[in-house]
Design a protein around this ligand. Structure first.
Ligand code: F6P
Length: 423
């Protein structure tokens, strides 16, 4: 019998305004996308829900009532987190300051009692410019300061930080495994980070940055296979597809300019689309379309007629279904992992010219959608999806460049989730 995989908790550590929530959510999104059941437990949200909003005096370590109320909500969040791990969750992230060795020892002891491994993720930042911008971008706008003028909120928040700083002690080696992210990834320290999963998470964290930029996702221009309703293959663009390529090139020049970085797959239709831009591009094998195996080159109607069992199995579980000698959406996600690392690392505006299946998987990652939903995301031809990562999420805008008729969708699960369209 296979040994059960140990449950894992990432326990955030650090002063307020050090990007802990940003990091916690990024780790959760990445791990969920890879298929691990992952949740973030944010103690600040528990505090606001249970105790309402407070000014800085509440966080003063000399305020005994405040201390004990904060401890209670921290333990409530911890209990909920352990409950999640006990009832099917794989990985949890405990998002709080955890700024004293005593608090961390308590968290570690409770996790150990339930067989949950703990890794501390400490964000250390002494750069006043980064701290100030974080306070203004997120904290002064937090529900804690709703209706409070910005300058007053910022002043109060700085005092709150000072309270935490008065008793803050960094994680030491005798507390167990840790990752320290110093000055938003300029430097990292690792201690007892072992195994494949933790190595991946660290690699992922190394690539994170907070610089604002846009990512554009678009399918290639229409191909002759799109015209005939055939899947896969390596067809060239149709006339309408070539028109889209030049339209796309002019829109990209106009809106993004020369600084744009362009990625394609290794298939002809994405490369022909990129060529119209007249600038270098990177062709990734990992961005090739989902491999339809023995169904490559067929229409959906032909598959339904000639391989009804395969057609039916895919209709029942489109996410998990693997084409014979081909791939499933799950497989596509696994092979896209290096693309995600590079996507996180890239600071320039990025244009990815891809395919319906792979772009659905990338979209699910960017928009933090459950991976099982990705086969149903609508990614029409001749449309740009403009995605703009924000502090804790991602904004979406769709730009339709020309209303080329798209072949009707294949007869599959009808319950596609509605996709919100930004104006
Ligand atoms: O039809 C275009 C296409 O990119 C095919 O090559 C691919 O098999 C398909 O879309 C993926 O979409 P679905 O998973 O809905 O079949």
């Amino acid at each position: 019998m296979a040994a059960p995989t140990p449950k894992l908790a990432f326990v955030m550590v650090g002063l307020p305004a050090r990007g802990k929530t940003f990091i916690a959510r990024k780790i959760a999104r990445y791990l969920s996308w890879l298929g691990h059941r992952t949740e973030v437990y944010n103690v600040g949200s528990y505090r606001r829900a249970r105790l309402g909003r407070h000014r800085h005096e509440f966080f003063d370590p000399r305020n005994e009532a405040g201390q004990s109320a904060r401890r209670d909500v921290a333990l409530e969040a911890l209990d909920d987190m352990l409950g999640f791990l006990r009832t099917g969750g794989d990985i949890a992230i405990y998002d709080a300051t955890n700024n004293t060795p005593e608090r961390r020892a308590l968290v570690r002891a409770r996790c150990a009692a339930e067989g949950v491994d703990v890794v501390f993720v400490e964000s250390i930042c002494d750069d006043p410019v980064i701290i100030e911008s974080n306070i203004r971008a997120t904290k002064a706008r937090s529900p804690d300061y709703e209706g409070v003028p910005e300058e007053e909120a910022v002043r109060d928040f700085r005092q709150r930080i000072a309270h935490y700083a008065s008793e803050y002690q960094r994680v030491a080696e005798d507390e167990g495994p840790f990752v320290k992210i110093i000055d938003v990834g300029r430097k990292m320290e690792l201690y007892r980070i072992e195994g494949y999963l933790l190595a991946r998470v660290v690699h992922f964290l190394v690539n994170l940055h907070v610089r604002p930029r846009r990512v554009w996702l678009t399918r290639h221009g229409e191909s002759s296979f799109n015209v005939s309703g055939r899947i896969g293959g390596d067809a060239a663009l149709s006339e309408a597809g070539r028109a889209y390529a030049s339209h796309l090139a002019s829109v990209v020049r106009e809106r993004v300019g020369e600084g744009v970085v362009v990625w394609t797959s290794t298939l002809r239709r994405t490369i022909e689309t990129a060529e119209a831009l007249g600038k270098p591009y990177r062709a990734w094998r990992a961005l090739d379309e989902i491999d339809a195996g023995i169904c490559d080159g067929m229409t959906y109607a032909e598959i339904a007629e000639q391989m009804p069992n395969e057609f039916e199995r895919r209709a029942v579980d489109k996410f998990g279904y693997r084409y014979p000698r081909g791939e499933s959406y799950q497989d596509v996600i696994q092979r896209l992992e290096p693309v995600i690392f590079e996507l996180e690392r890239e600071k320039a505006p990025l244009l990815i010219i891809g395919h319906q299946g792979v772009l659905r998987a990338l979209y699910a990652y960017m928009m933090d959608r459950p991976p099982s939903e990705c086969p149903f995301v609508s990614i029409p031809l001749h449309t740009i999806l403009e995605l703009e990562p924000t502090a804790y999420g991602c904004e979406e805008r769709r730009i339709e460049l020309s209303p080329t008729p798209v072949p009707p969708p294949p007869p599959s699960k009808p319950s596609s989730p509605p996709i919100e369209r930004m104006p």
